[in-house]
Design a protein around this ligand. Structure first.
Ligand code: GDP
Ligand code: MG
Ligand code: ZN
Length: 301
């Protein structure tokens, strides 16, 4: 039997895990020994496996190496970056939904960048409004990309430059244009989009898997997206830490545990009054806070 090798799981198909190494892709199957690890292998995982003599002979998956992070939706591990795809219209542009996604990603320590799609579907005045809002996000640290007309080569090149040596996931609402964007970013790729993807996915949600594609020196993953994002997956106590601009100000609040809501001499509320914290961000924070406070506490082991 050959020596153990380490590679990255790029695909999962009915019990098999395709592992990418410098010498090729090995189709491996899980071993009893691996199941003792009580970790479900995910796409993006680094794994130890016993290879066959050639990639065609496959091999046996032995062990999953420790993870930097992992998401349940989508099921991907070791994510370096998320491209949050938001549409200018169809579905409606929503700052509230944008903030929900950002809170979710912050909670997993995944750096987010924003890509605005469907710039051709709104009048110039509306687009200018959206652009102004996105400039506010850039000031917080969330870079954004967009172009008119959509998919200008210069913008696509700038996005590709962020892929190098990273695992990038594309996330956002269903219909926002994730698959269409990836097809533009990765020459040769033809992911199903729009009505076609709807038809393909009907009735087979359980078998749908995530796959990693090589792109501009890195890996990218398309995801089915969310129709709504109820989950913030964050505790009431740590919600404020998911707003980077609040974190930057918190040491100037009078109270150490300041939640930036009812406390006096709060630096976040002062910045809000001055206009350096976005009103929409603060309002969403208060809304999420209220939402989380109304939920029954969940006790995690
Ligand atoms: N007009 C316009 N339509 C777009 C744009 N991007 C995507 N679409 C359309 O939006 C629909 C949903 O796109 P899709 O990529 O499947 O969205 P996903 O669910 O996020 O993967 C498809 O019909 C696309 O052709 C765009 O920039 N402009
Ligand atoms: Mg899609
Ligand atoms: Zn405060």
């Amino acid at each position: 039997m050959s020596e153990t090798q380490v590679g990255r799981i790029i695909r999962q198909i009915s019990g098999f895990y395709d592992i990418q190494t410098a010498s090729g892709v090995y189709r491996t199957r899980g071993r009893g020994k691996m199941r003792q690890q009580k970790m479900t292998p995910l796409v993006g995982d680094w794994a130890e496996f016993i290879p066959g003599a050639t990639p065609e002979e496959g091999g046996y998956l032995q062990r999953i190496l420790s993870r930097q992070n992992a998401l349940v939706r989508p099921p991907v591990a070791n994510i370096d970056q998320a491209i949050l795809v938001v549409a200018a219209a169809e579905p409606d542009f929503s700052l509230n939904l944008l903030d929900r996604f950002l809170v979710y990603l912050e909670g997993k320590s995944i750096h987010a960048v924003i890509y605005l799609t469907k710039t051709d579907l709104v009048p110039a005045t509306r687009l200018a409004e959206i652009e102004a809002a996105l400039e506010g996000y850039a000031a917080i640290g969330y870079r954004s990309f967009m172009s008119t007309p959509p998919f200008a080569e210069e913008t696509l090149a700038a996005v590709r430059a962020t892929f190098v040596e990273r695992l990038t996931i594309f996330t956002g609402q269903t219909g926002a244009g994730k698959s269409t964007l990836i097809n533009h970013l990765v020459p040769g790729l033809t992911l199903a989009t729009g009505e076609i993807s709807k038809a393909l996915n009907r009735g087979r949600h359980t078998t749908r898997t995530t796959e990693l594609f090589a792109a501009a020196g890195g890996l990218v993953a398309d995801t089915p997206g969310f129709s709504s994002l109820g989950l913030l997956d964050v505790s009431l106590e740590t919600l404020r830490d998911r707003f980077p601009e609040f974190v930057a100000l918190a040491s100037a609040c009078k109270f150490r545990g300041c939640q930036h809501i009812n406390e006096p001499q709060c630096a976040v509320k002062a910045a809000l009054a001055e206009g350096t914290v976005m009103t929409s961000r603060y309002d969403d924070y208060v809304q999420f806070h209220t939402e989380l406070a109304g939920q029954r506490p969940t006790y995690r082991k």
